[in-house]
Design a protein. Structure first.
Length: 533
């Protein structure tokens, strides 16, 4: 059956191989985004509580938030006043403990969000913790606490700090183009330079920019590309080992489990966004996927807007039960997010921020522990059969595992040190006592994509991008890790063996090596503390 499907599509030339840094990024598998800034301290008026997305991005201006000039803005209107930032118990040790319990390897912290408020006392802006007189008398330094705890717990440091967005400098100080660029580059250098108390910085998360962004100075529109390239060049010079993502640079975003494309190249100074994945692409890029935002939808688990990047205890937009609403995702949803992101060859980007007191919400911490234990128990501590380090020609039975118990998931990993090679595959099973050649389909190969469905009638029908539900369409690649579920009923069957069938090699495989290299092929029973619906 499979012989007719087998295609070895080889071309001359070496395939794009991942760099050591790209492999290390993919090995992390799970990272945490931590939105925590002056925005967390905002207490909105009633008219915002039931709005479509009442997350305040400070310094947005009246057309952005419609906020009033009240005690929360004072003389810094339209920016939130630094005085409202007054956490009573910043517990970075608790942050790291919860993060490591969930298996996170990196935390990406909002060192400076779009409004321009810095979480360290920068010499290049007055708008930051040094102006927060109600926080440690204006002598606080959140980033120092964050970095000290991250090093202690073995967590990589990542910062969200976008040099293209700074509402305070743009709207309040009105600095000119040259001064704006000088200050932004100065802030980057403060975090990145050798010996900085805020490093080493593993990654910088530069957000996407849209022309209508109110935080972007109008005078940079015409030379936006040159300025951004200069910022990339600065990062490469000051801290060569710092990754830049998403959309461009070193890590691409939400592209699935095919990692080759036509640019930009990794570790470059080109701001151009990542091109679509292409089997014949000249560059290799890991994929980062949004997995779960802890406060999302009216119940924390639904795909209904709004998404709350910052923690808001008052969050209750579209919630018919009233305010305040304190719902958040449960452990089951985080588990599904892991399967739908890491299990699709990507790195899970999970957003869970501290509250206005500076602590993580206790219930969220409990959920992170539960989800982490379930992922660990299911995929790391237990298996119903496993083979490691298999190199084989592309064909039927490229890897075979003897079944040692019931299973719900099949995990396949490529050894990407040899590049990405598997272009389509299937998984089969053989019953105990059956003929050695009597294999039945467990996970069929991916067929050509059907015509695209019609566009939804309204945005209400569109699921949020960062809320995978575990049922995303399967593509035909393996990549770093593929987690499949049986597509036929196997309960009660006495399965003796499960095998992986390589159906096609992707075009970039070296002509002198038509083998595939499977790092792991294993079976896993779902072990979770919650009751399945």
């Amino acid at each position: 059956m499979l012989a007719s499907l087998l295609v070895t599509n080889l071309v001359c030339g070496a395939p794009p191989l991942p760099t050591a840094r790209q492999l290390e990024f993919m090995e992390m598998e799970t990272i945490q985004f931590m939105h925590y800034n002056v925005d967390t301290s905002w207490k909105p008026s009633d008219k915002f509580l039931h709005g479509s997305n009442p997350t305040y991005h400070n310094c947005g201006g009246v057309t952005w938030t419609g906020s009033s000039n009240d005690s929360q803005t004072e003389g810094t209107w339209p920016c939130l006043s630094p005085k409202i930032y007054a956490p009573t118990n910043i517990d970075t040790e608790q942050w790291m403990e919860a993060s490591t319990a969930l298996g996170m390897k990196e935390i990406c912290f909002t060192a400076k969000h779009a409004g321009g408020f810095t979480m360290w006392p920068s010499n290049f802006t007055p708008y930051g913790v040094q102006s927060a007189v109600n926080f440690e008398d204006g002598k606080g330094d959140v980033l120092k606490k964050f970095v000290a705890s991250a090093k202690k717990w073995g967590i990589n440091v990542c910062y969200y700090i976008n040099p293209m967005t700074d509402g305070f400098l743009t709207q309040l100080e009105g600095v000119d183009e040259e001064e704006y660029m000088r200050r932004q580059k100065g802030m980057l250098t403060e975090l990145l330079h050798e010996g900085s108390p805020y490093g080493p910085v593993h990654r910088l998360w530069f957000d996407g920019i849209i022309p209508s962004n109110l935080y972007r100075p109008g005078y940079l529109v015409k030379n936006y590309s040159d300025y951004y390239d200069d910022c990339f060049k600065l990062v490469r010079e000051v801290s060569p080992n710092t990754l830049i993502s998403p959309y461009r640079g070193d890590v691409c975003s939400s592209i699935g489990s095919l990692y080759t494309n036509n640019g930009p190249g990794a570790n470059g100074t080109d701001h151009t966004e990542c091109s679509p994945p292409d089997e014949k692409g000249q560059y290799f890029h890991p994929s980062e996927m949004h997995g779960v935002t802890i406060q999302e939808g009216p119940d924390g688990n639904s795909p209904i807007a709004p998404t709350y990047w910052f923690w808001h205890r008052w969050a209750c937009a579209t919630n018919v039960t009233g305010c305040p609403w304190v719902g958040h995702a449960n452990a089951s949803r985080i588990f599904d997010g892991y399967v739908a992101t890491v299990g699709h060859g990507g790195v899970l980007n999970f957003n869970a921020p501290p509250t206005s007191t500076g602590e993580m919400n206790a219930s969220v911490v409990q959920v992170m522990h539960e989800a982490g234990k379930a992922i660990n128990d299911t995929f790391k501590l237990n298996n119903a059969g496993k083979v490691l380090g298999v190199s084989s020609p592309c064909g039927p039975g490229a890897a075979v595992v003897d079944v040692q118990g019931d299973f719900d998931f099949i995990v396949t990993m490529e050894d990407l040190r040899h590049g990405q090679r598997i272009g389509n595959y299937s998984i089969e099973y053989r019953l105990d006592g059956s003929s050695p050649n009597d294999w039945k389909m467990l996970v069929p190969p991916v067929q050509p994509a059907p015509p695209a469905p019609p566009a939804p009638k309204s945005t209400a029908e569109i699921s949020l991008r960062d809320r995978p539900d575990g049922h995303d369409p399967r593509d035909q690649y393996i990549g770093h890790k593929r987690i499949d579920t049986p597509e036929v009923a196997i309960t009660g069957l006495r399965i003796a063996q499960v095998r992986f069938n390589c159906i096609r090699l992707i075009a970039s495989v070296e002509p002198d090596d038509d083998s595939i290299h499977i790092r792991q092929f294993s079976l896993h029973k779902k072990i979770v503390p919650w009751k399945e619906l």
